[in-house]
Ligand binder design. Structure first.
Ligand code: ADP
Ligand code: MG
Length: 378
């Protein structure tokens, strides 16, 4: 699949129109590619910057035919693109990541079993397809978290469940869709690793990132992660093993939990660039989005070297409670970089943008980020 090089000027296709797609589109365009985005919405973040926005569902045959006819290669920006769409396109043009890898990441149960099959730990869990599965679950899984197996994101489709009764109620509230019941772990930290891979022995790993979440949504990413070098190396190795075992082609993120004693478990896999890798735009030689475009076009991978410490903070819709925030609070710091995704409607919890602070050391970057938060009042 590393195959032929697709020269700038060619069309690249993208399934999905969110902010990850927008930043991919911008990176690909800056290298001279033209980008066609398929997304059903009228005003999607990626569609509004793409060279062409095909307003259609991901399984719309006319849209897929058009991508297949015009694009030299196609990628996705979210894991819930139907595998069937990727399989159809793969018969006509280069598609990365491949449908089988995306399919594994679409289902939390299959994903956990896959990670275990790689010899890597996950949180203790039980698959729940019927209420009886909750009755039979190990007592040690409580207190736990019930998560819908498919389509959850940003903490949506999750409920903290202290006991079986709460788990049964949450299962009913989710409409008895397949779920996973996970033990609630005491997290010392969360880490993530973004990898870009073209083929065996042809992959690059971005610096390991430390992530803080608030209400199930990523809030802050800190890089380099403040962990022992051995732990960071173990996380990178685990992510490489997972990419290898998936025979992955494209950009992939692995989220980790760090437990007491530096024990590492995999939380989940994202078959695409990741929110925790947004800092790469401003802080690395090559961004995760450029890397995605390079893999897609069959170009050599770029350096993932970090220019210096960075802290990324998400800007959620809650900030818009009194209208558009005053962005000079970010921009008056000369090493703070503002990214807004062009979303017209700000809803609480919705990712509207982010900023990244660059500094000589993580402590200073965190202080500047905190000052910006205070000024923006969040
Ligand atoms: P999403 O797909 O919405 O990102 P995650 O499964 O990654 O869902 O959960 C979001 C966040 O919730 C995690 O990053 C972590 O902070 C917290 N969380 C999830 N599962 C657990 C768990 N088993 N124990 C403790 N915290 C958890
Ligand atoms: Mg997650």
């Amino acid at each position: 699949m590393s195959g032929e090089t697709i020269a700038p000027g060619a069309w690249l296709g993208l399934l999905g129109g969110g902010q990850l797609g927008r930043m991919f589109t911008m990176a690909a365009q800056s290298m001279g590619y033209r980008v066609a985005v398929v997304d059903p919405g009228d005003h999607s973040p990626a569609g509004s910057v793409a060279d062409r926005h095909i307003r259609a569902d991901y399984l719309d045959q006319a849209a897929l035919d058009r991508l297949a006819a015009d694009c030299a290669a196609v990628t996705t920006e979210f894991e819930n693109v139907p595998a069937r769409a990727l399989e159809f396109l793969a018969a006509h043009c280069r598609v990365s990541p491949h449908a089988a890898a995306v399919e594994i990441a679409q289902d939390r149960v299959g994903e956990k079993r896959f990670v275990e099959s790689c010899g890597i730990a996950v949180a203790p869990f039980a698959a729940v397809t019927r209420a009886a599965d909750i009755d039979r679950a190990e007592p040690a899984l409580f207190p736990g978290i019930l998560k819908v197996a498919r389509l959850g994101y940003d903490g949506k489709g999750q409920a903290g469940v202290d006991d079986r009764a709460a788990a049964r109620a949450a299962f009913a509230a989710f409409g008895e869709v397949p779920c996973v019941l996970e033990k609630r772990l005491d997290l010392a930290r969360e880490l993530s690793v973004v990898i870009a891979r073209r083929a065996r022995d042809d992959s690059t790993c971005f610096p390991v990132t430390e992530n803080r979440h608030a209400r199930g949504i990523l809030d802050t990413s800190i890089v380099p992660a403040r962990v022992a070098p051995g732990l960071a190396a173990a996380a990178a190795r685990a992510a490489e093993t997972i990419a290898e075992r998936l025979d992955y082609v494209g950009v992939l993120c692995v989220e980790f939990f760090v437990l007491a004693g530096d024990a590492l478990v995999v939380n989940e896999i994202a078959p695409r660039p990741h929110n925790s890798g947004h800092y790469t735009i401003d802080a690395c030689v090559t961004s995760q989005f450029e890397q995605q475009a390079r893999v897609l076009a069959g170009l050599p991978l770029g350096s993932t070297r970090l220019h210096g410490p960075a802290v990324m903070v998400n800007l959620l819709g809650d900030l818009w409670r009194d209208g558009e925030p005053d962005w000079t609070h970010v921009l008056r710091h000369p090493t703070a970089k503002l990214h807004l995704y062009g979303k017209s409607e700000a809803r609480p919890g919705r990712k509207m943008g982010h900023f990244t602070v660059l500094a000589e050391d993580v402590g200073t970057a965190l202080e500047t980020a905190a000052a910006i938060r205070r000024a923006l009042r969040f």
